[in-house]
Design a protein around this ligand. Sequence first.
Ligand code: HSE
Length: 299
Amino acid sequence: DSIKVFAPGTVANVACGFDVIGLALDAPGDEMIIRRSEVPGVRISAVHGADLPLEASRNVAGVAVQALLQKLEDPKAGFEIEIFKNIHPGSGIGSSAASSAGAVVGVNLLLGEPFSRKQLVRFAMEGERLASGAAHADNVAPAILGGFTLVRSYRPLDITALHTPKDLWVTVIHPQIEVKTSDAREILKQKVLMTDAIRQWGNVGALVAGLYQENYDLISRSLEDVIVEPIRSILIPAFHELKLRCKEAGALGGGISGSGPSVFMLSKGEESARKVADTMNQVYAPLGVDYKIYVSQIN
Ligand code: HSE
């Protein structure tokens, strides 16, 4: 009784959608092998590719599965998880979310799917709470449901999948510097100006409309964040130049991926997304910072 799971990377905070809009990538993604075990509870047998705790209560996958098992109320259920990390922790492309989401999806499948995908989001959020101190859902929801997702409300939790235009591609650059989500949350202001709020919710509504209408111009105009990006962008080398040059190269727009340091840009079509990747290279190559670039469809 075992299963192999692919857990995709995700882009949270899609521009104006801080903590509410996320999207799932084709790549990179983690892989995990989950086996049923005679020993009740959850055990992390190994983590390959990253230095992460094996103790279940300190591992995001372990904590997410513990939340699921608590709800299941079957004292005999036991699982062993082996994790192959391809998404770098602290990259801003949902590394902890991939582990949490993949683990609960895999365990649920081995159990015969007692929980719906939306219920699984709730369990995976416990992994996010451990990783960042905040149980945000804008990475785990797209990792579990796929495509674009929207968190309408956290209390009560109300999540919906959004339409994903077929020709929408994403280019992500991951500068190899570390930005901790908890630190990137700490620097945010707790109050926003009414004028900024109006602009932000106008953009969120229009982004959702743009996705449904497959209206790339409207999507492009809506990819603006006047609340979080001005504060967090100081943590990312050459952020403004990067964004400007990518837009000149044809990107629809973009912003900080999750809490950074990764930056994402959306494009119409693969060709445009690859051109944006070339531009990212041109901007970053002279900086002397190591980086990786991913081009992906949204799935
Ligand atoms: N919405 C979260 C934040 C995502 O920005 O803090 C973290 O990846």
